[in-house]
Design a protein around this ligand. Structure first.
Ligand code: CO8
Length: 262
């Protein structure tokens, strides 16, 4: 598939690379339309299937990660389009199926669907100019890609209600204090920081990395006992991997592990 609304690239050693997807509709502040979302799903799936890729970064421009779903397109749609034809809403949940870690490197606006997209990623590193919000209420709608579900899980009910009901934006520091964002860095260090984290993840055994992601995501889908049992079984399963033998032998013998992702 050739892409018109995103850019893809890789960084790192050939054997273990980081896949980078950059949203690229700068004139519309990376507003998310169906074509962009189709391209994004396709690029993420291709990186997920590529054995040389260990981690994925999703980013935008300095001014905008994404200023939301494309309001110009949505303004044309009625119920028969969005419900009947799945316009705007198609493809979003596929991002959840990506099994390798996806880091959101966010600068500028992450609003509406843009904020929801960051929350579908596994963690968010924000530049100090990042602004997060769910301003859909100003358009006569509500968030439609998980904002009313993932935001309260990330920041608690009170702040989620505040953001969704007033439509105000929160800056990067408030987002970090609230637990939405894992780290805030100066804008010019954003990609270095995200790449550093991604390359570190690439250096570990892929099976353990995928299991950690799957198990943490399970915490949001299950009760505590079921979640702990799910974790326990994955923990047990990792003792069947070569990487567990390698990681522990390397520690005991004071050498660097060479994981084979088996
Ligand atoms: N959609 C389409 N175009 C947009 C969008 C958008 N969301 N945001 C900005 N643009 C366009 C503007 O129309 C403008 O275009 P033009 O130059 O042709 O007039 C260009 O980008 C630059 O924007 P501004 O001139 O407005 O730039 P400012 O710096 O003055 O303001 C803001 C930046 C504050 C980000 C402002 O553009 C803004 O408020 N944008 C809209 C934000 C918003 O309401 N987002 C939520 C949209 S609704 C949504 O996301 C629902 C998600 C549902 C997902 C469901 C899927 C399952």
């Amino acid at each position: 598939m050739t892409y018109e609304m995103i850019l893809t690239s890789t960084q790192g050693p050939d054997s273990r690379k980081v896949g980078i997807v950059t949203l690229n509709r700068p004139k519309q502040l990376n507003a998310l339309n169906d074509q962009l979302m189709d391209e994004l799903a396709s690029a993420l799936k291709a990186f997920d299937a590529d054995e040389s890729i260990g981690c994925i970064i999703l980013t935008g421009s300095e001014k905008a990660f994404a200023a939301g779903a494309d309001i110009g397109a949505m303004a044309q749609y009625g119920f028969a389009d969005v419900y009947g034809k799945d316009y705007i809403t198609r493809n979003w949940e596929q991002i959840r199926d990506i099994r390798k870690p996806v880091i959101a490197a966010v600068s500028g606006f992450a609003l509406g669907g843009g904020c929801e997209l960051t929350m579908m990623c596994d963690f968010i590193i924000a530049a100090d100019n990042a602004k997060f919000g769910q301003p859909e209420i100003k358009l006569g709608i509500i968030p439609g890609a998980g904002g009313t579900q993932r935001l309260p899980r990330a920041v608690g009910k009170s702040k989620a209600m505040d953001l969704a009901l007033t439509g105000r934006m929160m800056d990067a520091n408030e987002a970090e204090r609230a637990g939405l964002v894992s780290r805030v860095v100066p804008l010019d260090k954003l990609m270095d920081e995200a790449l550093g984290a991604a390359l570190m993840i690439c250096s570990y055994g892929q099976l353990a990395v995928m299991a950690a992601k799957e198990s943490i995501n399970r915490a949001f889908e299950s009760g505590l006992s079921d979640g702990v049992m799910f974790e326990r079984r994955l923990f047990h399963a990792l003792f069947a991997t070569s990487d567990q033998k390698e990681g522990m032998d390397a520690f005991v013998n004071k050498r660097k592990p060479a994981f084979t992702h088996r």
